[in-house]
Design a protein around this ligand. Structure first.
Ligand code: 2HA
Ligand code: ZN
Length: 271
């Protein structure tokens, strides 16, 4: 059996949480990540028949029965993952009943998975239904994205349009746009259901005045989506209080999307 601390998926979780912390997206215990793993790969590092603990999830994730995820822990700080993965991360498998998480590794100090597990697993189900290769769900509190929430209308078309205008690459990176939820109580099944509903349509969902969710096939794709939104939001926050003299026009955004061959939300442009 290989050493789990050398597993590529543990390394990716360490590197990603460290990067997100460094960028100021995950203060204190803010943020959470879940990453769908390949059973055969996990079995190279762990006896997958050895269940350490069973933890009820409080909701039914039947389509994910038997699936294995590495997830960040409830109340844990992203800043600490890199030096102490075994206490801050856990590997769980969804049991036959669909409502229990079987702990296979981690949460060594008696901890449990992120309080946002409903939003994560429901989002995995939603993304997998439209993209069978989706593996990652990521949540964080990027500073400029959050700041923008307070001064910009929380409307999907308007918010996406403003973000697309802020950097030339935006419409190419997230042509599907950004879904938006109003402020809602976090950590609940309700916000999980609402997020998952949006995830059928968008890989990015803003939680009004809270943060953002991203989904993707890889850690890089998911991180890159959030990073690009945050960059656009930063440009917006640096310029919103000043007269705008230049902008990327809708016809130019259309030209970009068509040149790069991406399926974009035409209804989010004013052509
Ligand atoms: O886990 O970010 O939304 C801490 C959070 C809750
Ligand atoms: Zn949060």
């Amino acid at each position: 059996m290989k050493d789990i601390l050398t597993a590529p998926f543990v390394e990716e979780m360490k590197a990603t949480t460290a990067n997100m912390y460094r960028l100021g997206w995950d203060e204190r215990n803010g943020g959470n990540i879940s990453y769908l793993l390949d059973e055969k790969e996990v079995a190279e590092y762990l006896d997958i028949n050895n269940v350490i603990r069973e933890i009820p999830t409080g909701f039914n994730a039947e389509p994910l029965i038997g699936k294995i995820f590495i997830v960040t822990g409830s109340g844990k700080y992203f800043k600490n993952v890199i030096n102490d993965p075994v206490n801050n991360l856990g590997i769980i498998r969804i049991a036959e009943d669909g409502t229990t998480a079987q702990l296979l590794w981690g949460f060594a100090d008696g901890g449990r998975f992120t309080s946002e597990l409903p939003a994560h697993l429901m989002s995995h189900m939603a993304r997998l239904s439209v993209d069978p290769e989706n593996r990652v769900i990521m949540h964080c509190h990027p500073t400029n994205t959050l700041a923008m929430n307070y001064i910009h209308e929380l409307d999907e078309k308007k918010l996406t349009h403003t973000l697309w205008e802020m950097c030339t690459e935006c419409i190419v990176v997230f042509p599907d746009g950004v879904g938006v939820l109003p402020w809602m109580l976090c950590g609940t099944n309700s916000i999980g259901e609402a997020t998952a509903e949006k995830m059928k349509e968008f890989r990015l969902v803003v939680w009004g005045m809270h943060g953002i969710y991203g989904a993707g096939k890889t850690m890089d794709e998911t991180f890159g989506l959030i990073e690009t939104v945050e960059k656009a939001a930063q440009i917006y926050m640096l310029t919103a209080h000043m007269p705008r003299i230049n902008t990327i026009k809708d016809a130019e955004m259309q030209e970009l999307a068509e040149f790069f061959g991406v399926q974009y939300r035409k209804d989010f442009l004013n052509l």
